[in-house]
Design a protein around this ligand. Structure first.
Ligand code: ADP
Ligand code: MG
Length: 379
């Protein structure tokens, strides 16, 4: 096992058609701890795959350094980096059985030259390879498919084979690039948990790429959010959800996405910060006064997640920040409902318990949870 360090990493492509430079990854600094499960998440085109390919050694680095363990690997060829990669399309050899697919890389690496085929050493190594394959197959529940060709397997089974091939190599680092995106929704959720369990068992440093914020939140010990080739924030899922570093992260993590009200202003009323959103205002706790002081009188963006805009606090105790909203559309989700509301002329989304009595085109009292309100710079 090993930590992975990306130090001021840059990748510039030259687009073949326009001849223009594309800065796919910009000044990326990231340290993945030994044994950590790190998720790289961001929208399509933000540089996730390019980053992975540079770590794997499949793409040359424009500038910066990559360390695996204590070793700078910029000039180390992929096969000597002691990593295993699992791709979205599985990349299995179609003409080989599952067993042969899993054995191929091991044989290349471990077996003595073919002219030694009849020596005892050759047999020993083959037995060792077989033991590794059988153990991985048991772990992934694919023992019964070892003789099949990939095309005779379902997508989920192929995914397991690709994982099995990575596991038998016993790498220091796993690189997984959207490995679940070709699976249907139900299998994706199931495989998510299996991957987490596998990581708990093997404890191999893993970099996992996805564009899906739910996968990132549920799987990552830490999450690195990227946009436009730039790292936006790297922290635990809880901290990213609770304290997003900027509007991009705030809007990308969480579903339904955070509500934003532009053109808001911060005021201090006797030491208490108040956000005037035009049409409604929110009184925040005095503990926020120091942090918000520099924003007083300036134009800001107010942010609140839909789940922090609900009627829960009305039932318990005497809440502050009660506002009257107009419910426009109700979307039933089962346990909860999404309410599309108008609040002081702003179109917002609120998530309430399904038991909330709300009607379309009718008013509803809602509480803005002051502990979960955000203020962002205008730009
Ligand atoms: P992601 O995996 O996050 O969707 P990529 O790393 O694949 O993003 O791509 C990042 C950016 O780099 C995109 O703008 C993409 O078009 C560009 N890019 C990727 N590979 C190449 C390449 N070989 N040549 C030119 N541009 C590329
Ligand atoms: Mg990609």
């Amino acid at each position: 096992m090993a930590k992975v360090i990306l130090r001021n990493l840059n990748k510039t492509f030259v687009d073949q058609q326009s001849k223009k430079e594309v800065n796919a990854v910009k000044d990326l600094d990231l340290e993945i701890h030994d044994g950590e499960f790190m998720v790289l998440v961001g929208p399509s085109g933000c540089g996730k795959t390019t980053t992975m390919r540079m770590v794997a050694g499949l793409e040359e680095v424009t500038s910066g350094e990559i360390l695996i363990g204590e070793r700078v690997v910029n000039d180390v060829p992929p096969r000597d980096r002691n990593i295993a990669m699992v791709f979205q399309n599985y990349a299995l050899y179609p003409h080989m059985s599952v067993y042969e697919n899993m054995a191929f890389g091991l044989r290349l690496r471990m077996l003595p030259p073919i002219w030694q085929k009849f020596t005892p050493k050759y047999k020993e190594v083959e037995a060792d390879i077989d033991a590794k394959i059988q153990a991985a197959a048991r772990k992934l529940d694919i023992t019964q498919y070892l003789d099949r060709k990939p095309k005779a397997l379902s997508g989920g089974q192929r995914q397991r084979v690709a994982l099995g091939r990575a596991i038998v190599r016993d790498p220091e680092v796993f690189l997984m690039d959207e490995p679940l995106s070709n699976l249907d929704a139900k299998l994706r959720v199931q495989t998510r948990f299996e991957l987490i369990n596998l990581h708990r068992e093997l404890k191999v440093t893993t970099i996992y790429v996805t564009h899906d914020q739910v996968e990132a939140m549920t799987m990552g010990q830490r999450i690195a959010v990227m946009n436009n080739g730039l790292l936006q924030q790297c922290d635990t899922p809880q901290n990213i959800y609770r304290h997003p570093a900027n509007m991009f992260v705030a809007g990308f993590i969480g579903m339904p996405p955070m509500n934003f009200v532009k053109g808001a202003t911060v005021k201090m009323e006797g030491g208490t910060p108040v956000i005037d959103c035009g049409g409604f205002s929110v009184t925040l706790g005095t503990d926020r006064a120091a942090v918000l002081a520099p924003y007083v009188g300036k134009e800001v963006v107010f942010g609140v997640r839909p789940e922090h805009l609900n009627d829960k606090a009305l039932v318990s105790g005497t809440p502050s920040n009660v506002v009257r909203a107009q419910v426009e559309v109700i979307e039933q989700m089962g346990a909860t409902s999404n309410l599309y509301i108008s609040l002081g002329g702003h179109a917002l989304v609120s998530v309430v318990d399904a038991s909330t009595v709300a009607k379309e085109n009718a008013p509803l009292d809602i509480v803005i949870d002051a502990d979960h309100c955000h203020v962002f710079d205008k730009d």
